[in-house]
Design a protein around this ligand. Structure first.
Ligand SMILES: C[S@@+](CC[C@H](N)C(=O)[O-])C[C@H]1O[C@@H](n2cnc3c(N)ncnc32)[C@H](O)[C@@H]1O
Length: 281
């Protein structure tokens, strides 16, 4: 299923309503947001203050997962739903871990996010190794062709595919599992899949209210439990420690709430293609 609207429609839509990308950027302390995003974010934080912790835990997980991928020898990255890069972007983390060696293709379907990404990449990136595309996760066949056409991803070598903090904007009726399966099939053995997802808590009225309020933004929110999240990994093998709260995924000295991860309700996991078993929670 693709987004048939024109890019003008999408641009208008993305400034008339709060955008999940800009709300995330505001809550994380970035600079790419408008009054409509800030007002929405503050109203949600008043209802569910731990939303900020969840976003911080998610962003920190992304950094640890990229370092893990570099440690595993992976040197090419595709980041779908990359958002508004403020700090700790994939190319920055990867370049710190393996200077000058990693190639990164960023994808987002938000025109403003893409425009900001291009400006930021012009300042901080290497055009021979880093690229930002405007594209939609659900438009998988065309998007994959565009990713390959950048010339940055060698399809015969392991790739780290990141789909971090966006699957909870994909309700079941849009069948995100099918799009993810398409990408998984195209990646070479040894590739890594890095996923995180807002975690649905049982009987949490505040969380339900925030989920409902997100219907007013450019992205509908649909939280999932760990059992509902697991199928996104397909038959790939989960790296230790499996699907866990993000703060518990290979915490380092800087990780907050590793001993109380439920304070930040976001699930995370990394899986490898070509392992010796099925994904298990
Ligand atoms: C919360 S941000 C996550 C940013 C980053 N991945 C991270 O975890 O720090 C979610 C991003 O997903 C993007 N997004 C949502 N649906 C998308 C889709 N169907 N295709 C591409 N990007 C999408 C939004 O525009 C937004 O920038």
């Amino acid at each position: 299923m693709t987004d048939a609207r024109s890019s003008d429609d999408r641009l208008r839509d993305s400034v008339d309503r709060p955008s999940s990308a800009r709300v995330y950027d505001y809550i994380l302390g970035g600079t790419h947001h408008y009054a409509i995003d800030r007002d929405f974010a503050e109203r949600q934080l008043a209802i569910m203050p731990e939303m900020r912790l969840a976003m911080q835990a998610n962003r920190a997980f992304l950094g640890r997962a990229v370092r893990y991928a570099v440690d595993q020898g992976v040197r090419q990255f595709v980041d779908i739903g990359s958002g508004l890069p403020t700090v700790g972007n994939v190319h920055e983390v990867a370049d710190e871990a393996a200077p000058g060696q990693c190639r990164v293709v960023y994808v987002d379907n938000e025109p403003i996010a893409r425009a900001h990404a291009e400006i930021l990449l012009a300042d901080t990136a290497d055009p021979d190794r880093h690229r930002a595309l405007l594209g939609d996760f659900f438009d998988h066949a065309r998007l994959w062709d565009e990713i390959v056409a950048t010339g940055l991803i060698d399809r015969t070598r392991p790739t780290c595919l990141l789909v971090v903090g966006i699957l909870h904007f994909m309700p079941p009726e849009r069948d995100p599992e099918a799009s993810l399966a398409f990408y998984r099939e195209r990646l070479a053995p040894g590739s890594l899949l890095v996923l995180s997802h807002g975690s649905r808590r049982a009987d949490d009225a505040q969380q339900r209210e925030v989920e409902r309020n997100y219907q007013q933004t450019t992205n509908r929110m649909h939280l999932r439990t760990a059992e509902e999240f697991l199928p996104f990994f397909g038959d790939w093998t989960l790296a230790e420690p499996g699907i866990v709260p993000a703060a518990r995924w290979r915490p380092d000295a800087a990780t907050r709430f590793a001993d109380d991860p439920d304070r930040a309700p976001v699930l995370a996991g990394v899986a490898r293609k070509g392992g010796d078993g099925s994904a298990t929670a």
